[in-house]
Design a protein around this ligand. Structure first.
Ligand SMILES: [Zn+2]
Length: 1059
């Protein structure tokens, strides 16, 4: 119950649904009407600074690209090629019969590496802690014990979240033993991330952060850096991950959950191992060696060879008398002298068949499953029986096989050695692949496309936490650097570092492939909610932000005193009571606000704030009045909240900085402008519309027109409902199994529509039974004014087996092509496949999706990951929420019945294409425009309002700008992450240079600025040491120059000294 309330409370923080506008003329006598233009839009005083500057032509070259050789395997082309016919393949149901000649290994023996592993989910059926106490600690304890018994034994581990918890609980002797096992190569830490992250819904900030957290932990505690990646359970694979692993200096990786038809095709053509290259890579610098597992699962029955009935007999945990058995009804038999010859032959036959699917004569055979090896007996059963088989095989020269336990890197190293290359190079004869592995089906038409949307409330919360973590990291590092320089660091709350550190770990934990995916049990979801997001991290991060902002805005740093009991600033959640706190009559005539802009570009934005009086005006630091729009605070479609008003302040915010604003009581309505509101009780026969300087939108988005466009673009928005099947297989947390095409959403009553018009923004709010939509147009120069702000408050708690979709229909001739992003990092073109079922055509949308023709591009930007598709030419469709009453037979054992009221936030951007051509458009790579990138940033990195607490004597406050000039807009400071607390002055500066498409800049507008790669000074930056992505390896030499060369799309990490 308490959690529910907390979730609701936090929900309000993120949603900002509320605000609309009320006629307030009664309170504002003598206010002059804000001027309107001839076309009916509100006119604002002209903006003196140019919003957009020219793009240099060479910066546009990258997107035109295509200099490099084309890859051997392009996933879009593979999709076009495959029949997806799902023919019965015999014992290997989804494959084919594999045959071989017994003498094939006579000249080059088969080298087999059996790799023992245990897949530990940091939360799924049980919570993280319960898994740890029930299983994980026992697995690791037995591991130390049993590995020391025989130096030939091997084991791999990947989840550092569990490993570090165990480490905290073990003795120094045990730790020393672990270091020895790692040192002598018996135990390998694979990937080394905090978790094995989901790759569909996760954002690249969080993917990188959890990788750094894990790698830093490993370096500090064990002194090891991972070399190989291991991702056997994420439900589909993004090409962002191989890029991140490559830039972290890993040289090989393993993936498993790939569509069965693709596995079969790659197996038949010996393409299961390839160099994975980024679609945008002009040469081969992003290549990383990837091994795809061929069969259905990573468990023992599906890893030794094609026949699960036989492989299961070599899972010695399933020996008769144990708790699990073989569903194929032939149990394993312990290996004895009497049966070893026969058993070894049977297993070797499977090894040989599996080997035929790969190009090398080295074979990888994983040996494990979920939470395996938790009892000493299991270690003995697996390791002793396998060793007997190995000893037998290796003693028979006529078999031409050498079998042994190995780590993952043992396997890769043997393969590289046979190919005669050093790790990281391309083995001769192996193919190059580009593209990704969404969407995943494990059998029949069972597509795992439901989890792109499952539990959208938590997907949304994840991104709120992420934005707060980034903001807190940046401000903490900057404040600490300034405090050190002023010699005030002894007074600064260095303990905030531990809050940051635990927030990193909690955000990291939530990237787990059963967490952000929405595929854990209800109780586990609540545990994530309490542990990761609400009770701890979000609150703590706000404290870190407040403490840093407090120091940075103080005019006289000598007056700085940190008092945890009385925070100098309050978080935005308290803004509701602003000017209301304490005794209203004693309220002083002015209050201060600090507004944090987490973007590295200066921005002109509307800053939202709730106040308790309509008689208010806003002044800048130096006393200049700022334009603001006053609105009512609505409690329902037609009722307002008394004495609460929404104030939207138009403010220019410094890049990565803090701006001080002043609120005053005032009866002067010249700068605080009010607006009109109209209510329509039905779907309105005469369609209402709203206008702003750049665009005119007609309800319900029937048409959209932007300044300078002769052509009206029709964009209609409708809601649809998917049901689920009546057959035994139904939609659940993972699977989307609709009962055919969506049907139009038909609410009991027509919507109530409220139209608000004002000088700074106008909006249309529509109240349906299950969804409230708000479409808002900003009348603001620059980025804000060029897109439509769309939000949907969804509540489908009274539905049964339904999914709610929002569909945009346009006359854009997009045919079968659409584009979705991967992890907010890159764009992947998609093609609607008629030969596949409807649900197969859905893809993850972490930040954006678009459709285009030669004239226009329509981009849907999102502030939370959701599933998206384009089911017809000119359409974009997003699933908003799903309520499903049953399990979908993938182990969860539950439906999705814990839906919450969720606010989904979007920006809809319509752009004109000036130089598009079909050849360019047919390429398997695409980029957003700079405007589109910036729109996404504005949506995902909102300004944070921090009211200054009431106090007897307010010290002088000064706005703070961390950058001497704004960064070029294709540069993004992903993070400025202090390394270790007490402590080091070192931080990791992580920069990303975005790739962008210049063909979208409208002739009517000027382009956006991207000047050079010369990064301005960030607080007296010391030396810059380029390093690998996770800081494990220095790259090149340190330099004092702040001139950074970075190619488009690249992410680079620098170790820097601050202060
Ligand atoms: Zn898992």
């Amino acid at each position: 119950e308490q959690l529910e309330q907390l979730l609701e409370e936090n929900h309000e923080i993120i949603s900002h649904i509320k605000d609309s506008v009320l006629e307030l003329t009664a309170h504002a006598d003598g206010q002059p009407a804000p001027p309107r233009r001839d076309n009916g839009s509100w006119a604002l005083p002209p903006e003196s600074r140019p919003s957009f500057l020219a793009v240099s032509p060479q910066d546009c070259q990258f997107a035109l690209g295509a200099k490099g050789e084309s890859p051997d395997l392009q996933m879009l082309a593979v999709y076009s090629l495959l029949p997806f016919d799902n023919q019965d393949g015999g014992v290997w149901k989804q494959g084919f019969d594999i045959t071989y000649e017994p003498n094939e290994w006579d000249t080059e023996p088969l080298q087999v590496f059996v790799v023992p592993h245990s897949h530990n989910d940091p939360g799924w059926i049980k919570t993280f802690d319960k898994y740890y106490y029930d299983q994980t600690q026992h697995i690791l304890n037995s591991m130390v014990l049993k590995m020391q018994e025989d130096p030939r034994r091997r084991f791999i581990w990947s989840e550092i979240s569990f490993f570090s918890k165990w480490w905290d609980n073990i003795s120094a002797q045990k730790r020393a033993a672990v270091r020895r096992l790692v040192g002598n190569g018996q135990l390998e830490m694979v990937t080394g991330g905090w978790v094995m992250p989901d790759e569909a819904n996760s954002h690249y900030f969080a993917m990188i952060d959890q990788l750094i957290e894990g790698h830093q932990w490993l370096e500090k505690n064990i002194g090891v850096t991972p070399r190989s990646g291991w991702a056997v359970d994420p439900f589909g694979y993004s090409s962002t991950m191989p890029y991140l692993l490559k830039r972290s200096n890993l040289t090989g990786m393993v993936i498993q959950r790939v569509h069965y038809a693709i596995k079969k095709h790659f197996a038949a053509t010996q393409n299961l191992e390839f160099m994975w290259r980024q679609t945008w890579d002009p040469d081969s610098s992003t290549d990383i060696f990837c091994h795809m597992m061929p069969f259905y699962s990573y468990d023992v029955p599906h890893t030794c060879g094609p026949d699960p009935k036989i492989c299961c007999q070599f899972d010695f945990k399933r020996l008769p008398g144990g708790r699990i058995n073989c569903p194929w009804k032939v149990p394993p038999r312990a290996i004895t002298e009497a049966n070893v010859a026969e058993r070894a032959q049977l297993l070797l036959d499977q090894y040989r068949k599996k080997s035929k699917l790969y190009r090398s004569k080295v074979l990888l055979v994983p040996l494990g499953d979920d939470f395996r090896y938790d009892k000493p007996q299991e270690w003995d059963a697996q390791f002793l029986n396998y060793q007997r088989i190995f000893d037998f095989l290796n003693a028979q020269p006529q078999l031409h096989v050498q079998a042994q336990f190995g780590t993952l890197s043992d396997y890769f190293d043997a393969l590289y050695k046979k190919a005669g290359i050093v790790p990281g190079m391309r083995p001769p004869g192996f193919p190059v692949l580009s593209g990704d592995f969404f969407s995943y089906a494990d059998r029949e038409d069972h597509y795992w496309t439901g989890y792109y949307t499952s539990r959208p409330f938590y997907k949304s919360l994840d991104r709120v936490l992420e934005a707060h973590l980034r903001g807190a990291e940046l401000l903490f590092s900057l404040a600490l650097a300034h405090a050190r320089r002023a010699g005030a660091d002894s007074r600064y709350p260095l303990s905030d570092y531990s809050l940051l550190s635990s927030a990193r770990r909690n955000l990291g934990l939530f990237q787990h492939h059963d967490a952000i995916t929405g595929t854990a049990k209800e109780a586990v979801v609540v545990d994530y909610g309490v542990r990761c997001v609400l009770l701890h991290s979000l609150t703590n991060l706000k404290r870190v932000i407040i403490n840093a902002a407090h120091y940075l805005v103080l005019g006289d740093k000598d007056t700085y005193r940190y008092d945890p009991a009385t925070p100098f600033l309050s978080a935005v959640s308290c803004a509701a009571c602003l000017m209301k706190c304490g005794h209203p009559r004693a309220t002083p005539s002015h209050r201060f606000l600090v507004v944090f802009n987490p973007l590295e570009q200066e921005r002109l934005s509307l800053v939202p704030l709730l106040v308790n009086s309509p008689h208010v005006r806003v002044l800048s630091e130096d006393g200049q009045p700022l334009p603001a729009q006053l609105s009512a605070h609505w409690s329902s479609a037609t009722d307002t909240v008394p004495d609460v008003y929404q104030l939207s302040i138009l403010a220019r915010l410094p890049a990565l900085g803090l701006r001080v604003l002043q609120l005053q009581k005032s009866f002067d309505g010249h700068t605080t402008l009010q607006s009109s509101v109209r209510l329509y009780l039905v779907g309105a026969s005469a369609l209402p519309h709203v206008r702003a300087a750049h665009c005119r939108a007609t309800f319900t988005l029937q048409s959209l027109r932007c300044a300078g466009e002769e052509r009206e673009q029709r964009v209609s928005t409708e809601f649809f409902i998917y049901g689920t099947r009546t057959s035994k297989d139904k939609s659940g947390a993972y699977l989307f199994l609709p009962d055919g095409e969506a049907k139009p959403y038909t609410p009991k009553d027509p919507p109530i529509v409220r139209v608000t018009e004002g000088p700074l923004f106008s909006e249309v709010s529509s109240y349906y039974q299950h969804v409230q939509t708000m479409v808002r147009l900003y009348n603001v120069p620059g980025v804000e004014g060029l897109s439509l702000d769309v939000s949907c408050l969804v509540d489908i708690r009274d539905h049964v087996n339904k999914e709610l979709a929002m569909r945009f229909s346009t006359n854009i001739e997009s045919d079968d092509t659409f584009f979705t992003d991967l992890n907010g990092f890159q764009i992947q073109p998609r093609r609607y496949q008629q030969k596949l079922p409807l649900q197969a055509n859905f893809y993850p949308m972490p930040t954006m999706a678009y459709i285009q023709d030669t004239q226009s591009r329509l981009t849907l930007h999102t502030a939370q990951a959701l599933g998206v598709s384009s089911l017809g030419s000119g359409q974009l469709e997003v699933i908003l929420d799903r309520r499903l009453m049953q399990d979908d037979n993938r182990g969860l054992g539950q439906g999705l019945k814990d839906n919450k009221r969720t606010c989904n936030r979007f920006r809809l951007l319509l752009e004109r294409r000036s130089s598009a051509n079909k050849v360019q458009d047919g390429r398997p790579v695409s980029f957003p425009s700079l405007l589109s990138h910036l729109t996404s940033m504005h949506l995902n990195a909102e300004a944070l309002v921090l009211p200054v607490a009431q106090q007897p004597a307010l010290p002088a406050l000064r706005s703070f700008a961390s950058l001497s000039t704004t960064l070029p807009c294709d540069f993004h400071i992903l993070n400025l992450r202090t390394l270790q607390a007490e402590v080091s002055r070192e931080a990791a500066l992580i920069l990303h240079r975005k790739g962008f498409d210049c063909s979208l800049e409208d002739r009517g507008r000027r382009g956006l600025q991207t000047l050079s790669t010369n990064i301005p000074e960030l607080v007296a930056l010391g030396s810059l040491q380029p390093t690998s992505l996770t800081l494990m390896y220095p790259l090149g030499t340190a330099s004092n120059s702040t001139n950074i060369q970075l190619h488009p799309m690249e992410i680079a990490t620098f170790r820097i000294r601050l202060g």
